[in-house]
Design a protein around this ligand. Structure first.
Ligand code: UDP
Ligand code: MG
Length: 337
């Protein structure tokens, strides 16, 4: 890996059918980066565009050969995998992500970097006055609430992709091998000092949104299953409650029959109910427990690094470099000698 220059910035942009926006985006972005007066690079990831996006990007590479790199993916993998492909080749000390449709104004980047320079390792943008359809805004607010509740990851705006990450966090994300993920949430779980800042939001400049309702639902399932097993736990709990309810009902029927000496009701239909509830409850709980194990296996299979050794003090080895010391699958679980 190249030794990154001090204070450098990489900007990663996923691009899918954005031919209408690229000619406006890149000059605006470069103007902002020029004003920063620090080393910068831009990485555009063409995510299987079917329009002229790739052609335009390659022309831009000829124009800015030392400032722009373009990753071409073999097909459309989705926004988050595309960003990951960009992350893999970043060299900057800070990495900023941005949408290509100019909904995130590049002029807001210095705001994020100001916080990043203060040592915040994940700086999340929060869109003020969103310019999306009413449906999207309402759905987004709802999803945000639910996600905070079930994943426990506190973020004001899950959907805002205008964000800055430190090199440490990017290195950790690069080690994750899971196939479907949600980058802002993943970064948040690795963050030591997150911060948020409100950023402007504009209307999509040209072209159409790449997210259909179906794709939005899929994305939110990635978010939910990727960061929480609460849905499984609720199922298990519900099973236990049903089983206990059935059991109590059975006990009540017994007392009614043998203590209060009432006649048996409707040839034991209710007794059957009680039995059915117990059995169904046990089944549901069992399914939930199996689900728990499957969920845990799933978590293992994803193989996220579980910790990061920042320094090892003492011993002959001196300071362990970050990218050697991060724990991943099959790596050490404690400080090294
Ligand atoms: N995008 C991508 N691959 C996809 C879908 C979207 O790279 O499969 C990019 C897209 O080019 C844009 C960003 O992700 O830069 C956000 O997409 P979009 O603006 O369509 O989403 P919305 O703003 O409607 O949520
Ligand atoms: Mg957009």
């Amino acid at each position: 890996m190249n030794e990154p220059a001090r204070g450098s910035v990489s900007v990663v942009i996923p691009v899918h059918n954005e031919e209408a926006n690229l000619p406006a985006l890149l000059p605006r972005l470069f103007a902002v980066l020029d004003a920063l007066d620090r080393p910068t690079e831009v990485i555009c990831v063409d995510d299987g565009s079917r329009d002229r996006s790739l052609e335009l990007l390659r022309a831009f590479v000829d124009q800015y050969p030392d400032r722009l790199r373009v990753v071409e993916l073999s097909r459309n993998f989705g926004q988050h995998p595309a960003i990951l492909a960009g992350f893999a080749i970043t060299t900057g000390d800070e990495v900023v992500t941005l949408d290509a449709d100019l909904q995130n104004p590049p002029e807001e980047i210095p705001k994020l970097l100001a916080l990043a320079d203060q040592g915040y390792d994940v700086v999340g943008g929060v869109r003020e006055a969103r310019h999306d359809t009413l449906f999207r805004r309402v759905a987004s607010r709802l999803v945000n609430r639910v996600m905070v509740a079930i994943t426990g990851i506190r973020m004001s705006d899950y959907g805002c992709m205008l964000r800055a990450y430190s090199r440490d966090v990017i290195d950790l994300i690069n080690r994750c091998e899971e196939t479907s993920t949600f980058i802002p949430a993943l970064a948040q779980t690795f963050s030591r000092r997150p911060a948020e800042v409100s950023v402007a939001h504009a209307q999509r400049r040209g072209g159409a949104s790449n997210y259909s309702l179906y794709r939005l639902v899929r994305l939110n399932f990635d978010l939910m299953t990727g960061f929480s097993v609460v849905p499984l736990q609720i199922f298990t709990l519900f099973g236990f409650l049903t089983a206990s309810g059935g059991l109590l009902f059975g006990v009540y029927l017994l007392i009614r029959r043998f203590v209060l000496l009432r006649a048996s009701e409707a040839e034991g239909v209710f007794t059957l109910f009680a039995l059915a509830f117990v059995v169904m409850g046990v089944l549901m709980a069992g399914l939930g427990i199996v689900g728990e194990y499957v969920g845990r296996i799933y978590q293992e299979v994803r193989g996220r690094p579980r910790y990061l050794v920042r320094h090892v003090y003492g011993g002959a080895g001196g300071v362990v470099r970050l990218d050697e010391g991060a724990g991943g699958r099959g790596h050490g679980t404690g400080p090294r000698p």
